[in-house]
Design a protein around this ligand. Structure first.
Ligand code: DUC
Ligand code: ZN
Ligand code: ZN
Length: 482
């Protein structure tokens, strides 16, 4: 009987706190040892010349999500898992929907049911679209099930919350020890501009970006933070696309407010010009907030380097281009307002971040590890089980050939969607193997894992999201649970 089930030998191990040449010993699906040389293993993987990073933690993915109009996202947990493993991601936090007038419990049950085919390990954010007293009363049950983040939208019909509703969610989160994640864009401003554009006959996909310029994101980011600061409830601002929104986060962080910022590969590689492709092509790049321009990309990188934006997730959203449940659900001539928002990117996230970040010298390996896994795991209460290469952590690992060049194609993404917005993007650095809890689930572009082998990750109470204790007038309307 060997001491270790598996040894990863001879690689350069990027821990997020420096990279070291060492072997990794794995036992029972967990990292058991890091050592100069591990010999006593049942199986050996030779990682000479390869980098080893933690498996990616993608804390913002829409998978098999039911929508208010009765449709469901085309990506299933099985296909999303396949795609994620190809790109080096091993854990996700995905969404439980909520619909106005409805309860949370049936949606929780449905999402759990959908996730039965997952090969990825997974946790959930609960969307709150209608914070009635009855819905908020369900939160303790949610928390008892291990679901500890609430997602709110400040725009989107029929999901957007008023300030009064948002405050209710912040208070409920504080009382129950949850994180709140926020989609920050101004609903009324977007509605007004959208109608004005459509009235002027400006309906093509490119006008999606015109309907929601950075100022609507900045305003909502400011408001989301100010109200969270008032309640002293930690929040994460999702998918920050521009420096002016990130500046709001930076200013609040400097005041000691617990606010974190996430961005996504689309805001580092795509621009509004992509939506100006002929005909319906531009729909392939429509997401919200909208991609900006190359100067803005540079400013977003700067915010990453400053640590203001500390998570890069995919916001993977599987709407196919051709299918009648996808981008064209309202016809290929639909005005931009009626084209679903969201783009697929669960597989492309890490190769893009590695290539645009590490290979191009914008960030180092430590930053790569933190942005792609550790910081998300910490914020979601999953660290150090996930997002870490430490004794006791799950042996979720990615072996990278840092010099391998690839040109991204849809076929490489291995998802259920018929396009990738990153088609033709050249990357340097590629995941050659992915391990999930010590099992090789991807090798050289081939995925091998049992549907249903992914595990639900219940989230226990965690200190990282504990409020600061700074309350206006010292008045605490919703004490944090102890
Ligand atoms: N924006 C979101 O907020 N969610 C899904 C996809 C998108 O583009
Ligand atoms: Zn969003
Ligand atoms: Zn999203």
């Amino acid at each position: 009987m060997s001491t270790y089930d598996l040894a990863i030998r001879g690689g350069t191990v990027a821990t997020g706190h420096g990279a070291i040449a060492c072997d990794i010993g794995i036992r029972d699906g967990r990292i058991a040892a890091l050592a100069d040389r591990i010999t006593d293993a049942g199986r050996v993987i030779d990682a000479t010349g390869l980098l080893v990073t933690p498996g990616g933690v993608d804390s913002h993915c829409h998978i098999a999500q039911a929508e208010a109009n009765g449709t469901r996202h085309e990506e299933t947990f099985a296909t999303a898992s396949h795609s994620a493993f190809l790109g080096g991601t091993t854990s996700v936090v995905t969404f439980i929907p909520h619909f106005k007038g409805g309860a949370l419990a049936p949606q929780v049950a449905d999402a759990m049911d959908q996730a039965k085919s997952s090969m990825l390990d997974y946790a959930f954010h609960q969307i709150i679209a209608d914070p009635t007293d009855a819905v908020l009363a369900e939160i303790p049950t949610l928390v008892a099930q291990g679901i500890r983040s609430l997602k709110v939208f400040l725009t989107y019909e029929p999901l957007h919350l008023s300030d009064a509703q948002y405050l209710k969610v912040l208070l409920a989160a504080r009382k129950n020890g949850c994180l709140v994640t926020v989609h920050c864009e101004n609903y009324d401003a977007i509605g007004w501009r959208t109608q004005a554009l459509i009235d002027a006959g400006l309906t093509a996909p490119k006008y999606h970006a015109w309907s929601r310029p950075p100022v609507v994101e900045r305003e909502a980011t400011h408001r989301a933070i100010a109200l969270a600061e008032l309640v002293d409830q930690p929040i994460q601002v999702f998918h920050v696309s521009c420096a002016e929104a990130a500046e709001e986060i930076a200013r609040a962080q400097a005041r000691g407010v617990k606010v974190w910022g996430e961005t996504c590969p689309q805001y580092l590689t795509l621009t509004a010009d992509h939506m100006d492709r002929p005909g319906f092509e531009g729909a392939k790049f429509m997401c919200s907030p909208a991609p900006r321009d190359t100067a803005e990309q540079g400013r977003v990188w700067e915010m990453i380097r400053r640590g203001v934006l500390d998570v890069v997730s995919s916001d993977h959203c599987g709407f196919s281009f051709a299918g009648d449940q996808g981008k064209a659900m309202n016809g290929r001539d639909a005005p931009f307002r009626d084209i679903p928002n969201g783009i697929p990117g669960i597989a492309a996230r890490l190769p893009i971040l590695f290539s645009e970040g590490v290979s191009k010298g914008r960030i180092g390996l430590d930053e790569f590890v933190r942005l792609s896994s550790s910081n998300a795991a910490r914020l979601m209460g999953l660290y150090p089980r996930k997002g870490a290469i430490l004794p006791g952590s799950d042996a979720d690992l990615v072996l990278w050939d840092p010099a391998k060049k690839q040109t991204l194609t849809n076929a490489m993404m291995g998802h259920a969607i018929d396009y990738t917005p990153y088609e033709g993007l050249d990357v340097t650095g590629w995941p050659v193997a992915t391990l999930r809890r010590g099992e090789v689930v991807m090798q050289d572009g081939k995925v091998q894992a049992e549907p249903g082998s992914g595990r639900f990750l219940p989230r226990a109470p965690y200190d990282y999201i504990r409020p600061t204790g700074r309350l206006a007038n010292g008045f605490d309307a919703a004490p944090w649970p102890v």
